[in-house]
Design a protein around this ligand. Structure first.
Ligand SMILES: NC(=O)c1ccc[n+]([C@@H]2O[C@H](COP(=O)([O-])OP(=O)(O)OC[C@H]3O[C@@H](n4cnc5c(N)ncnc54)[C@H](O)[C@@H]3O)[C@@H](O)[C@H]2O)c1
Length: 402
């Protein structure tokens, strides 16, 4: 990868140098082989231009066009920020602004390179109308993403996560988009035993246990089928539990932080011993950027920061960091079908793409807590209205105002 961080000028020089080295080497190749070896030359030239990844997107700093879906949500907005910060790309951000989408998440970004379109990925006409000519890649974050909501009602999950993904795949083919990146989850592979040294690899069998996980697994199958049947250049990334700024406070960690800040009881399912593999959101976004640029066509990459933690320990470190008492922990009836343990084996993305997380659990948690402490207005707004109805239905009580 060309350097992501602060490398705009450096990358210009690298491009210049790269193109001149190519010319010199090609001339050397021609003079040494003679014209009778033209097939050899053509093969070498193709290899040189396409590289070993068969034409993966070049994440250099020439202005390029990216179509991101779900970019007003938690991870999508972090991806938009990271990409705008570290490249000169232009992004069309297509989002239906469901309860989880929030334009506040996109405040203060470079609006000259970001174009927001309010639309639903299940609407093929709207997707085609918004998809710019010459789009290099589609990155699909748009999803119904909360397991508890999928247990209450699965209909929206099937619509967005399955049908919506197919609509995007069709649009990518129709418009000749070079690459399709599907952002998926470790949950498609079900649950691991708590007491065994077992990890999810890219070859692990699918065993989704919630309607959410089943819908994401179905989406992966459709992406795979588009690659296999139509030759669409696709990459799938699967990740564990993300944490960081701007996560909707129905999810475990932001719910715990916002309740702890208010000294409200923190609901913890069952015995609290369920294990999740935690990753700081920007580390996940950089993994997606790398997979988009360098990933092999048709590949799946597991993204994990080797950071397994029991839910009860996550709440414990949070309460300690905030100086709040453990008595805020409130064990509640377990989620039906609650997966016991997720744990990723990230060796493929580490060895093949050179990805490493930048944050440790301690530094990532500190950044996350500080963001919520400094953005109480954001929490207040997301916890108003429909969130109150959801919280009451889920936990049988009100959540207090911030
Ligand atoms: N949060 C995690 O820990 C995690 C882990 C692994 C994978 N993922 C995957 O990453 C992606 C993003 O997750 P997130 O946590 O940011 O989710 P999120 O719920 O915070 O955001 C989802 C976004 O998608 C938008 N959206 C929903 N339905 C849409 C539709 N039909 N058309 C267009 N936009 C729509 C929403 O408005 C919202 O902005 C999802 O695909 C999820 O499955 C999440």
């Amino acid at each position: 990868m060309r350097s992501h961080a602060n490398g705009k000028n450096v990358d210009g020089l690298i491009d210049y140098f790269d193109s001149h080295v190519k010319i010199i080497l090609k001339r050397a190749l021609v003079s040494s082989c003679g014209f009778e070896n033209h097939w050899f030359l053509i093969t070498m030239a193709c290899f040189w231009f396409l590289g070993p990844n068969g034409g993966a997107v070049q994440l250099n700093n020439k202005m390029q066009e990216l179509f991101v879906t779900g970019g007003a949500g938690f991870i999508g907005s972090a991806f938009v920020r990271t990409l705008l910060d570290e490249t000169d790309w232009h992004i069309t951000n297509f989002d239906a602004l469901t309860y989880a989408g929030n334009l506040d998440n996109l405040k203060d970004i470079d609006s000259s390179r970001h174009h927001f379109v309010h639309g639903n990925i299940t609407d093929a006409g709207a997707v085609l109308a918004a998809l710019p000519e010459g789009t290099e890649a589609i990155v699909n974050f748009a999803a119904e993403s909360h397991v508890d909501r999928s247990i209450t009602s699965a209909a929206e999950f099937l619509q967005t996560n399955i049908l919506g993904t197919q609509v995007l795949l069709d649009a990518a083919r129709a418009r000749g988009v070079k690459r399709f990146i599907q952002v998926s989850t470790d949950e498609v592979m079900g649950s691991l035993p708590e007491d065994e040294n077992a990890y999810f690899t890219e070859q692990s069998a699918f065993a989704p246990n919630s309607p959410y996980a089943a819908s994401k697994a179905a989406a992966e199958h459709l992406v795979r089928a588009a690659h296999h049947t139509f030759g669409l250049d696709t990459v799938i990334t699967r990740c564990g539990n993300n944490y960081g700024p701007r996560q909707f406070p129905e999810k475990f960690l932001p719910l715990a932080i916002s309740n702890a800040l208010n000294e409200d009881p923190i609901p913890v399912y069952g015995d609290g011993r369920n294990v999740r593999d935690w990753i700081y959101v920007d580390d996940h976004c950089r993994a997606i950027m790398l997979a988009m640029e360098k990933g092999k066509s048709g590949a799946v990459y597991n993204v994990g920061a080797r950071n397994e933690r029991r839910n009860i320990d996550v709440v414990g470190s949070l309460l300690d960091a905030l100086g709040k008492p453990r008595s805020l922990i409130n064990f509640v009836k377990d989620r039906p079908g609650h997966d016991r343990r997720y744990a990723m084996d990230p060796r493929l993305i580490e060895s093949e793409l050179g990805w490493r997380p930048r944050e440790t659990w301690e530094t990532g948690l500190k950044k996350t807590i500080e963001w919520y402490q400094q953005n109480t207005r954001w929490i207040e707004r997301t916890r108003s209205g429909a969130y109150q109805d959801y919280y009451r239905a889920q936990y049988g009580k009100e959540v207090s105002a911030t």
